[in-house]
Design a protein around this ligand. Structure first.
Ligand code: BGC
Length: 509
């Protein structure tokens, strides 16, 4: 049975109801899932730059790093070191397929509970790791946590939020990711001076949000949509009353029931997704996620401390610069929450392309001209690199970061929404894995050219946005086909009536 997100994104019918304390509590607890995802993104770069960690698990990398004459760009090129970072994402990719089934069959709350179990076990294994196998296994289990958490949290937030706040809450998930990345940067900054177990503290402190999520996930309710979808109609109604803080819920209740029934008619949402009329939102969802990763953002998020050391900072200065980029990331995401429904999606995406293209190109040129394989950048040039990285992160954080998640959640019609969103999530995890696994080797082989490589991708994504990404701001979800795809010079060719012989009843989202 496909899961349902009622009227997520775009225009949504107004229903009665305030933001109750209970909703706030549930939102905060579930957002810890996003925070843990961000923490895992941000922590590994700092940890893999710590000598104590390298001596224990990657002695060869440590020896190489010590050699002053070693090529700057290749210091950290080690496939096992990259495997430490990337293993989480491949595990999350696999887990997200299982999680989407669990989410539909057993609900968002159960999915979150399973996810938080994985988080707790993964953290414990990593923090107490005595050999490489143990820390990598811990990271894989954390990846299962991310797979389950990322499937459940966005659905949970969207279904719990009063309709008028769904868009903003969707971006709050991204906000919590960025807060997690920032906290990880700050913790690494302090623990890098604690010898020899600073890295254990960095990895182990994730236990606090993981425990909060675990305990909290027993305190939160299941979403009314998930209950109704699983035929627990009365419970769904009670929960809706409780979270809205009013008895006047019949309009919203009826629309959830109708949406659940409509979605239930579609027996095979993935088959429906293969139809030509699903192509525009499907292609856009996948391509946005691929592009989001090929902006090169995670080269910065994962490896900023490594990168800053590469341009010649000492390890403390490198970690401090990482905290600065983390702060820029959080505050720029707030800009996005404020502007996205005013300026629109296309403006933000296109503006950011220009900003990111210029910064990546200039960083590439600076390194090409001034960073020799041995020796380091002058302090002025190194500062300029940090400033450019901040301007680059700023552009990403108010555009491709949140919108990479928001647009796929608002362009699919109801009957293919969760299946389509699952494709978006798995594309993201796959590309994140590729970047995590390949970046340090690419840096070693392509040297400064890596920045031109990402700049080239940014050019392509700018052109894609310009010609193939229609504006979806303020378009009602159920008018997306009529008002967006059928009007678009390119996508209209796929909007043929393909409902016959479909075997699935067609419903409007
Ligand atoms: C991306 C992550 C990235 C983060 C940075 C998210 O939208 O999916 O891969 O690390 O933004 O803030």
């Amino acid at each position: 049975m496909p899961a349902v997100i009622t009227s997520l994104g775009g225009h949504v019918p107004e229903h009665d109801g305030k933001i109750t304390f209970y909703v706030i509590l549930c939102v905060i607890i579930s957002a810890f899932g996003g925070l843990l995802f961000g923490y895992d993104i941000g922590i590994s770069g700092g940890v893999t730059a710590m000598d104590d960690f390298l001596i224990k698990f990657f002695p060869a990398v440590y020896e190489k790093k010590k050699l002053v004459h070693e090529d700057n760009y290749c210091k950290y090129d080690n496939e096992y070191l990259q495997l430490f970072t990337s293993s989480l994402y491949i595990a999350a990719l696999v887990a997200s397929f299982v999680a989407s089934k669990v989410c539909s069959k057993f609900g968002r709350r159960t999915t979150l509970q399973i996810g938080s179990f994985f988080f707790v076990i993964g953290v414990a294994l990593q923090a107490s790791g005595v050999n490489l196998a143990m820390v990598v296994l811990g990271r894989i289990i954390l990846g299962f946590g991310v797979g389950f958490g990322n499937q459940a949290v966005p659905l949970f937030l969207s279904e719990l939020a009063p309709a008028r706040l769904r868009g903003a809450l969707n971006i709050c998930f991204q906000l919590f990711i960025t807060i997690g990345i920032l906290i990880a940067g700050i913790i690494n900054y302090f623990t890098s001076n604690i010898h020899p177990h600073g890295w254990r503290i960095s990895l182990g402190l994730a236990g606090i949000p993981a425990m909060i999520l675990l305990v909290g996930s027993f305190a939160i309710c299941e979403t009314p949509t998930s209950l109704i979808e699983r035929n627990q109609i009365d419970q769904g109604k009670d929960t809706l009353r409780r979270i809205r803080g009013t008895d006047n819920i019949s309009a919203e209740f009826d629309s959830i029931v109708a949406a659940s029934e409509a979605a239930r008619q579609v027996k095979n949402p993935f088959r429906k997704l293969m139809r030509p009329s699903s192509r525009p939102p499907l292609v856009i969802a996948i391509v946005l996620q691929v592009f989001q990763q090929f902006t090169g953002i995670n080269a910065i998020m994962f490896y900023a401390p490594v990168l800053f050391q590469t341009v010649g900072f000492g390890s403390n200065a490198a970690l401090l610069s990482t905290v600065i980029t983390g702060l820029v990331n959080v505050f720029s995401t707030l800009v996005s929450i404020y502007t996205v429904d005013k300026a629109g999606r296309r403006v933000l995406l296109l503006e950011a392309c220009v900003q990111m293209f210029i910064t990546q190109t200039v960083i590439g040129m600076l390194l090409l001209l001034h960073l020799k394989p041995t020796g380091s950048l002058g302090s002025t040039e190194a500062m300029v690199v940090v400033v450019l990285v901040c301007v680059y992160v700023m552009g990403f954080a108010w555009s491709w970061g949140p919108l990479g998640w928001l647009i796929p959640s608002e362009t699919f019609p109801l009957e293919t929404r969760t299946a389509g969103f699952a494709c978006a999530v798995s594309s993201n995890m796959l590309c994140t894995f590729i970047i995590a696994q390949a970046f340090l080797s690419m840096l070693c082989h392509m040297k400064a050219g890596i920045f031109f490589f990402f700049a080239a991708w940014i050019l392509v994504m700018g052109l894609f946005t310009l010609f193939l990404l229609p504006e979806t701001k303020g378009v009602p979800v159920d008018s997306m086909a009529e008002r967006v795809w059928k009007q678009h010079w390119f996508w209209k060719r796929y909007m043929i009536d393909d409902d016959e012989n479909d075997g699935d009843k067609v419903v409007k989202g």
